[in-house]
Write a protein that binds this ligand. Structure first.
Ligand code: NAD
Ligand code: GLY
Length: 351
């Protein structure tokens, strides 16, 4: 069975969710594009696992495919790899009517999406997420980016995909910690937007309900993106746990993966919010219990000063202020605008 979620954005698109879709993605892609030339971008871990199946499906649908493989890992989500992808597209003589397919996790999707957004001033791309995190979060919403030395995702573009095809079967090869990264963003969606979903995640084994859980994640994100694609207001709520989470990633030299950093960031933000009176008592305990249940970390080894220094380079900062997300209750969130002294106090209260 295949689920379909419609995303209303500056250019609308569908998210298809099911098992075995990597073998049928060519037909689904052919249905949304007249193009018959594709550059498949994937990383060195995903390529040997899944690239052949996707190439075969695309060729079966009558498409010409060339494949670019970059070394896996957040440390390669940078201008060097991004530039190499652009050079590959140019060498392969891709035109504006051709498209990019991003096969992999959030690193692949963000970077191949940014290359598609900027190659010849923007060509179509398709997301083929293979991590639980990419399926549940990063492949939807049109944020594309690479990291700069100064911080996460500092160069990028809003560029909606043409289609997202999520084969939940691909999660079977994920290491447990990488699967848990997706659980962190899933918990985030429940915590900010859907108490019933959060309660479900606290009772049911997620792996027994993968297509349904991915679908609910995508529905929650799609509803936010439909209202505020370019993060002027409501979309900021999707950054719960991210201000200090991104700081943790940066402080660790990207050794702490994004999902794990967000998991810790949600605990730290909840502790600060409870101590500073933004969140009711019990919020922190609920977030910690969720992380513990799902084998996610609840603390980091960095000081408030280290986190503050890393967070001041974050792009959520606007002039002299930064928005942090706090829970008003489980299932409902809001932003709080802090000046730099407020952010320092927030980081100190978080530990
Ligand atoms: P990732 O892409 O680095 O994937 C994690 C690891 O899993 C990599 O080593 C990858 O090669 C491997 N992998 C991928 N699929 C696999 C599979 N099926 N089987 C075995 N191994 C597999 O990281 P991620 O956790 O998917 O994504 C994190 C990135 O996403 C971060 O850069 C983060 O900033 C970004 N992100 C973006 C958005 C957005 O809205 N654009 C949202 C959330 C996160
Ligand atoms: N992960 C945050 C966003 O997509 O806006």
């Amino acid at each position: 069975m295949m689920e379909r979620v419609y995303v209303r954005a500056s250019r609308d698109y569908d998210v298809l969710i099911g098992a075995g879709l990597l073998d049928t993605c060519g037909g689904e892609i052919a249905a949304v594009t007249a193009s018959r030339r594709c550059a498949l971008v994937t990383d060195s871990t995903v390529a040997p696992l899944y690239a052949r199946r996707v190439e075969a499906s695309l060729r079966k649908a009558g498409m010409d495919v060339c494949t670019y493989v970059f070394p896996a890992g957040e440390q390669n989500k940078n201008l060097t790899t991004y530039g190499a992808i652009l050079e590959f597209l140019a060498e392969q003589k891709l035109t504006r009517s051709d498209f990019v397919a991003a096969l992999g996790g959030g690193v692949t999707g963000d970077m191949a999406g940014f290359a598609a957004a900027t190659y010849q001033r923007g060509i179509d791309y398709i997301q083929l997420p293979t991590t639980f995190l990419a399926a549940s979060d990063s492949s939807v919403g049109g944020k594309t980016a690479v990291d700069l030395a100064a911080g996460k995702n500092l160069a990028g573009a809003f560029w909606p995909p043409r289609l997202v095809v999520c084969d939940c079967g691909a999660f079977s090869t994920l290491p447990p910690d990488t699967f848990a990264d997706g659980v962190a963003e899933t918990l985030k969606h429940g915590l900010i937007a859907d108490r019933d979903f959060f309660d479900f995640l606290m009772k049911e084994p997620i792996r027994d309900h993968l297509p349904a859980v991915v679908k609910r994640n995508v529905e929650i994100k799609a509803a936010v993106v439909a209202e505020d694609e370019r993060e002027q207001g409501k979309r900021k709520l999707l950054n719960f746990g991210h201000t200090l989470g991104h700081a943790i990633e940066k402080c660790s030299g990207y050794a702490v993966p994004h999902g794990h950093a967000v998991a810790i960031g949600m605990v730290l933000a909840s502790r600060a919010a409870e101590r500073l009176g933004y969140s009711p008592g019990g919020t922190l305990a609920a977030v910690i219990a969720a992380n513990v249940r799902h084998n996610l970390p609840i603390k980091c080894s960095y000081t408030a000063t280290e986190l503050y220094d890393a967070a001041t380079g974050d792009k959520k900062r606007r002039g002299g202020t930064i928005d942090v997300v706090v829970l008003e209750e489980i299932g409902r969130a809001r932003t709080v605008e802090l000046d730099m002294e407020g952010l320092r106090a927030f980081a100190e209260a978080a530990l």
